[in-house]
Design a protein around this ligand. Structure first.
Ligand SMILES: O=P(O)(O)OC[C@H]1O[C@H](O[C@H]2O[C@H](CO)[C@@H](O)[C@H](O)[C@H]2O)[C@H](O)[C@@H](O)[C@@H]1O
Length: 274
């Protein structure tokens, strides 16, 4: 059995959950916990407007916020959506639309200026998608991005993705593939990896929990921080799922079975880190 590291040294890879707990406990006050939202904190639902955080998640995040340096949610959802789903959590940072928006604590929402000129294009694109995509495709308009979903009509995957890619190319936009969704975004350099790279400055340790391919960039940002800062300790945690789970798990240190299991894991973290 590998020895457990309780000092400020990083434990060797591959990591066990126990080693990750132990290495974090002594420096919880310097640690930032980052969470993706859909498929990580909240179980997947056919209707993107109907999702809610898994049981125990809200209470655990609230308690963790006073134990660790920062708790942050890093999502493709708008900040306003996240705020509505975490009412009562006033001491949490919210990064929305892959970092095009953010708010700290209960502060105002700040939007990346370079993205603002793209608002009318996105509104127009959403309307065009509603008009042109086949019945069964679901269009989610998010002010600075448009998500085209086919979860309830998987036979449309190729048609929806092809339509989305063509429109993105025609309009000079970017695409992000996700779980039964293609998302179209402004051509502004902002992703979860960039958010994490900036937000870990000043932290001695960070955990990132995610389930989708866009979260792999966040894992890479933690790995990069470890490379350049030998005292920094990062833990990448995948949340399993049948779509992107294998790819995300391969990039992670640890895998948790589901958002519900994450609720239990975080409840345990409150006790471990306190
Ligand atoms: O960065 P995230 O917080 O993980 O957001 C990624 C996308 O999540 C949502 O779509 C996903 O969840 C839906 C609700 O469970 C599900 O119906 C869909 O199939 C998933 O792709 C959200 O609706 C998207 O806007 C986000 O891009």
């Amino acid at each position: 059995m590998r020895p457990i590291n309780t000092g400020n040294q990083r434990p060797p890879r591959p990591l066990t959950a126990e080693q990750a707990w132990q290495a974090t406990t002594g420096r919880a006050g310097q640690c930032v916990l980052f969470f993706d939202f859909d498929g990580t904190l909240a179980p997947v639902h056919d209707d993107p407007t109907a999702v809610q955080p898994a049981p125990k998640v809200l209470a655990a995040l609230d308690a963790l916020a006073s134990v660790v340096q920062r708790v942050a949610i890093v999502s493709a959802r708008p900040v306003e959506f996240l705020r509505d789903h975490f009412v009562g959590l006033t001491d949490v940072d919210l990064y929305g639309l892959y970092g095009l928006e953010h708010s700290h604590g209960s502060g105002e929402t700040v939007t990346e200026e370079a993205a603002l000129p793209w608002v009318p294009t996105m509104a127009e694109l959403a309307q065009q998608a509603r008009d042109e995509l086949p019945a069964g495709a679901l269009v989610e308009y998010k002010r600075l991005s448009v998500a085209l979903h086919y979860r309830t009509a998987p036979q449309l995957a190729q048609a929806v993705e092809t339509w989305g890619r063509e429109q993105a190319e025609r309009r000079g936009l970017r695409v992000q593939i996700g779980r039964m969704v293609i998302e179209i975004k402004p051509p502004v350099d902002r992703d979860k990896g960039m958010v994490i790279g900036e937000a870990v400055q000043g932290a001695g340790c960070a955990w990132y929990f995610g389930d989708d391919v866009s979260d792999i960039k966040a894992f890479a940002a933690l790995r990069a921080r470890e490379e350049t800062h030998p005292d920094f300790f990062g833990v990448c945690v995948a949340v399993a799922n049948p779509e992107t789970g294998a790819e995300v798990s391969t990039a992670a240190d640890l895998t948790i079975d589901s958002p519900e299991a994450l609720g239990d894991f975080l409840t345990e973290a409150v006790h471990r880190f306190s």
